[in-house]
Design a protein around this ligand. Structure first.
Ligand SMILES: [Ca+2]
Length: 249
């Protein structure tokens, strides 16, 4: 039997890297070909709508995240980057999460992670696209938790929707994702629930050689261990909350 453990999450995670409609291209940061030194963060899908890439370098700028995309047509595009200035909510000085968007080796004039107390589509101005195949990079400038959700190129001046209830449908449409669930099969064991018991069961079975699917309805594993309720997981819960508060997505 195949030794593997697959976690199936019931929340929306785009599986297609790039969606091209007429004169517009949406790229989810998490679907870049190479994340470089950036890390995938899925903890905050519930409140910001999607996974994002995080430049957690402890003060040292990280290696670029890079990808290659196909544009539907040449010409001048306006680019929007969904990001935020993560210290703005405290009116703190400086912009520690600053990064650049590099298109075909050339940074766009605007720096990102420099505005906005909440996630929003930061207008990066215009870029000229002269070849269908184009390389895109996220260039970290600080190593202090810059974050990027998605990048949108459009020949229209209108920014994408930002409200989660609208944005989810908009993402799904542009990414070409179906409303119908994807069927999976061929597992020796299916575990429903990613709490301590579910994780232990799934890991043990996988170690014994089963092909296991672990189904979880939340962006993080841990069950009561990551909830604010009295349980054996309170210690882990506290640690997670401290970690979350310090990072403040
Ligand atoms: Ca995203």
């Amino acid at each position: 039997m195949n030794k593997s453990l697959i976690v199936l999450a019931l929340f929306f995670v785009p599986g297609i890297s790039t969606a091209a409609a007429q004169d517009q291209v949406l790229i989810e940061a998490e679907s870049f070909d190479d994340h470089g030194g950036w890390v995938l963060d899925t903890q905050f899908i519930d409140n910001m709508g999607s996974p994002h890439l995080l430049a957690h370098g402890m003060g040292r700028p990280l290696k670029d995240a890079t990808t290659t995309i196909e544009f539907p047509s040449m010409g001048t595009y306006r680019v929007f980057v969904r990001t935020k200035d993560w210290v703005a909510k405290w009116d703190a000085p400086g912009t520690p999460g600053k990064f650049q968007l590099v298109v075909n080796g050339k940074p766009v004039a605007e720096n990102f992670g420099t505005k906005g107390k909440e996630w929003f589509w930061h207008d990066g101005g215009t870029v000229d696209i002269e070849s269908a195949e184009t390389t895109i990079a996220l260039h970290d400038l600080t190593g202090f938790d810059g974050r990027c959700d998605a990048i949108f190129f459009t020949k229209n001046e209108t920014p994408p929707p930002n409200e989660n209830t609208i944005l989810a449908d908009w993402r799904q449409k542009l990414l070409g994702l179906s409303d119908e669930p994807t069927e999976k099969s061929g597992y020796d064991l299916v575990v429903v629930g990613g709490g301590y018991a579910g994780m232990g069961t799934a890991i043990s079975a996988a170690r014994m050689g089963c092909k296991v699917a672990l189904i979880q309805n939340r962006p993080v594993l841990g069950g009561k261990g990551v909830e604010r309720s009295p349980s054996l997981g309170d210690g882990l819960d506290s640690a997670r909350r401290v970690s979350t508060d310090r990072r403040d997505h």
